[in-house]
Design a protein around this ligand. Structure first.
Ligand code: DGY
Length: 321
């Protein structure tokens, strides 16, 4: 079966794909394809093994009628029109679990970086503004011990973030999710709250939900108005959740205290973004899953999904309902 892999993935996955007699691997001559070149490759294949943000919408499915399965190298699948794929019986798989620790590590890192003004302080060192004279009242951060973490989306990554925060800083955990999770509530003494309560009570609000376009700008001026003035907003999910003009206004007017973002809208963030001028933010270039362990796990899982489809077996992590 012809499989189009748009980018080379870590060895663990390449080995599986290259070692299979059921798979004929198509790889592009360049990794920077135009949309038309990319579509030309996709038209040749039955399975698309996709790294990155290419969009799989109705137009794509119309243009590539031979495609029968899409194996994503990501846990998020907001770039795939799942209903349309399901209607056409196109299987879509993602790479859950294997990146939960790595991505929640970045949320945890951002929470601490913002609480202790790490970007701002690093800039002081870099630009020669490190003043050796101690000023007991200047540039103070805040302590996380005993504060309340609000988790928006208590899936695998949200759970890992909650667990670290609970055990490292004895934080109280509140969460909002489509469904309650009684087991996690018990394990972490976590409390299910409404969306409004989450926003109003959290000292740190960390976004971990699956993103869909209906949730674009969910975190906007009206939400920031309700948050605590000491609140830190963390986003390692998708940039589209946050209205960036509104968060800028909230950060500069003191409605919230700081923000740590591993995802932005658009990506890459424009270097002219006003958010980059602020001292109470820490922004990273979408590195949530960027560890050797997570990327190897993602590569292996994507390859296992491809092989399962090629061998007519059940795909391990299918996302179609
Ligand atoms: C994911 O796996 O969804 C990460 O955000 C990388 O895109």
């Amino acid at each position: 079966m012809k499989v189009f892999l748009n980018k080379t993935i870590p060895q663990a996955g390449m080995r599986l794909l290259q070692g299979s007699t059921k798979v004929e691997l198509i790889q592009p001559t360049s990794e920077n394809l135009s949309k038309e070149e990319w579509l030309d490759y996709c038209r040749q294949a039955a399975i698309i093994a996709n790294v990155g943000k290419n969009t799989f919408d109705k137009d794509f499915f119309d243009q590539c009628p031979n495609v029968k399965a899409i194996a994503l190298f990501s846990v998020g699948y907001d770039h795939v029109a799942i209903e349309e794929a399901s209607k056409r019986k196109i299987a879509v798989t993602n790479t859950p679990n294997v990146l939960s620790k790595a991505t929640s590590d970045v949320a945890f890192l951002l929470m601490q970086a913002v609480a202790r003004k790490a970007s701002y302080n690093f800039d002081k060192v870099r630009t020669g503004k490190w003043d050796a004279d101690l000023d007991p009242t200047e540039d103070l951060g805040q302590q996380l011990y005993g504060k309340t973490l609000g988790v928006f989306g208590l899936g695998r990554i949200g759970y890992e973030m909650a667990k670290k925060s609970k055990y490292a800083f004895d934080m109280d955990i509140i969460y909002h999710n489509r469904n309650r999770n009684h087991q996690i509530e018990k394990e972490l003494d976590a409390q299910y709250v409404s969306f409004n309560e989450l926003v109003q009570l959290a000292d740190v609000l960390s976004i971990h939900a699956n993103y869909s376009y209906e949730q674009e700008n969910l975190f906007n001026r009206a939400v920031f108005e309700q948050m605590k003035s000491n609140a830190i907003l963390i986003n390692t999910a998708r940039g589209g959740f946050i209205n960036e003009d509104d968060v800028y206004e909230a950060l500069t007017s003191g409605k919230i205290w700081g923000a740590g973002l591993d995802v932005t809208n658009p990506e890459p963030m424009k270097t002219t973004s006003a958010l980059l001028s602020l001292s109470n933010v820490c922004i990273l270039p979408h590195i949530g899953s960027a560890t050797e362990e997570a990327r190897n796990g993602m590569a292996e899982l994507m390859a296992q999904n491809v092989l399962a489809f090629a061998e007519n077996r059940e795909m391990p992590t299918i996302v179609n309902p």
